[in-house]
Design a protein around this ligand. Sequence first.
Ligand code: GRF
Length: 193
Amino acid sequence: MSKIAVFISGGGSNLQSIIDKTKMENSSYQIDIVLADRECFGIERAKLNGIENKVIDRKIYRENLSKEIFKILRNRDIDLIVLAGFLSILDEDFINSWRNKIINIHPSLLPKFGGAGMYGIKVHEAVINAKEKESGCTVHYVEAGIDTGNIIEQIRVPVYEKDTPEILQKRVLEKEHLLLPKTIEKILKKGVK
Ligand code: GRF
């Protein structure tokens, strides 16, 4: 059974989709620990499901956040780190030590609508302002840049003229909940590159 660590900063609906998958008979992984960079509802989801969890407050650790996370994960035999709505930026040393073992989910069809400042509802506002006909979500490997790194899987959704950013966000989020657990399984079954 593979072991994953999930990093979050918010509501944790993507975390929930991963938890739900681990409860299915054919799941090939378990969640070893959930880490958050702030108090958030996602941590409650971990607690409710009896999963080890920890808040490493970004306001306390600041530039030492990555080092603190590194210490927690050391000796845990984690196969894959999943960023599921994690808003802090991990430093280069951390990313290099976990090269090709960190994935992120982003609510757009990268490379479009990614990068600094592109998170949450802002992504969907930008998609609508650009009059895109489709959007979607992307799971990609994490590199030192923001939302760069090889794309692993995407799901596309249509964008309709009458869409508000909130409606589009909901349509994309439903697909994220399918894409993330499925992609984790795929990576772990193949063996992490
Ligand atoms: C998702 O849209 C994800 O793509 C992005 O942050 C959001 C997190 O939502 N990186 P949740 O906390 O999983 O509900």
